[in-house]
Every structure is written in C-alpha cells, then in structure tokens.
Design a binder for this molecule. Sequence first.
Ligand code: AP5
Length: 217
Amino acid sequence: MSNHPELQAGIVLVGAPGSGKGTQATRLQNTLGYVHISTGDLLRAAVAAGTSLGQQAKAYMDAGGLVPDALVIDLVKQALAAPRAHKGFLLDGFPRTLAQARALEAADVRVSCVVNLLVPFELIERRIIGRRSCPNGHVFHLEYAPPKRQDVCDKCGQALAQRSDDTPEKVRARLEKFASETQPVIEHYAHTPGLVVDVDGLGDPDEVFARVTAVLR
Ligand code: AP5
C-alpha cells in the first residue's frame, strides 16, 4: 500500500463465504486487467509453504476464525506494492474487519466500488461443501462446475481436493464471523453514497458475471 496521491484504485468484492467472490474475481481480472488479490489464497499459499506467516495463520483458518488484522494488513500491503497492482486491483476477502478497512483508508488506497455478492445463507453450505480446488487455486464444484475428469484440475492437471475449512461446522463458524466482523465493513462503506452495489449472486457464474460487469460500467 502506498500513500502516493496518484492513488491506486480498485474494486472490493465482499460477500459471505462461498458467495462466489473468487469465481467472479477470476473472471473480472481478465476483463479489467486488474490484479486479483485474494487474502484467502495468499494465506493458504503461506500455510502450504510453511512460512512464519503461514504457521501463525494456520490455527485461525483451521478454526474458521479470522487471522489477526496486523498479519493480513501486512500481506495486502505487500501485494498492493507490486508494480502490476498499480493499474488497479480486485480485493477478494479483504477488508473483512473495520480495522482492515481503516488501514486501506490510512494508506490512501482508493476503493472505487464495493461489489456485495448476495447469496442466501441456506445455499452457502451446499456451495462450499461441493467445492474442490487444486494447489494452483483453480476452483470447481462437484455439482455446479464439475471438472472433466474426476478429481483432476482441467486447467493444470493437478489433483483437486477439498479445503480443510470447508466442513459444515467450520462453514457455520465462518458465517458467524462474516455477520459479526464483515457486515459492519459493508455498512461502513455504505455511508458513502453509491459506493456499495448489491449484486444477486444466484444463478450460474456467467449470469452473475453479467450482473457484476453491468454495475461496473
Ligand atoms: P477465503 O478464502 O477468503 O474464504 P471465504 O471468504 O470464506 O470465501 P470462499 O473462498 O470460501 O468463497 P468465495 O466467495 O471466494 O466463493 P467461490 O468463488 O470459491 O478465506 C479463508 C480463510 O482465510 C478465512 O476463513 C480466514 O481464516 C482467512 N482470511 C482470509 N482473508 C482474511 C482477512 N482479510 N482477514 C482475516 N482472515 C482472513 O465459490 C464457492 C463454490 O461455489 C465453488 O465451488 C464455486 O465453483 C461455486 N460457485 C461459485 N459461483 C457459483 C454460482 N453462481 N452458482 C453455483 N456455484 C457457484
């Protein structure tokens, strides 16, 4: 994150766990040429690599809790400092707490739009339990977006697996954190007229993508 006044600007994707933030961000990065910064992906990569950050984050993630603000803010600062993030960014999974939103503001990072993906909580569990992903972060769904070959990524040929936090108990814990910590972030952004746009996250990913691109025009 930089405090330069030529200000980096970008889009924040918010929504409950499994609402399709990653699915839409992957499509949007190709259309907009913005860099996709997923704190969940960055944290999982740190855990897999066994870095100090990964070791500190793992227990929180395994419990369906939130990783401490200081760790995540530092991670995002590094990602936003990369030259390719200067054209624009898509933040997926950040900010998730008011402290994280304020850290962006303190660094003069400009959020031009907050896309709020709405999916009823009853459907979230089904989406999450059926999700399969590869070590490179390509995401599938057993029912809604199945791979051509069972348990093999169509894009890179790596094995598909279920995320360790994608169990019914952990989904419930993650939804509680979303309600207590992240809903206030959406309300905070909603104080700026026109900044938050609600997008219906139901329907297939292409339909949702059409809605997202329509609100970004
Ligand atoms: P993170 O990875 O960010 O998890 P999340 O917010 O719970 O979101 P998900 O990745 O589960 O879902 P998504 O909305 O991206 O949905 P997706 O597109 O995959 O974070 C994981 C953990 O890291 C957190 O719990 C926390 O511990 C930690 N963390 C991360 N950021 C943090 C932060 N800022 N502060 C503190 N801690 C942090 O879609 C889900 C499934 O549905 C897929 O299988 C997909 O194929 C399918 N699908 C998508 N769209 C559709 C559709 N339209 N119709 C049918 N199926 C669909």
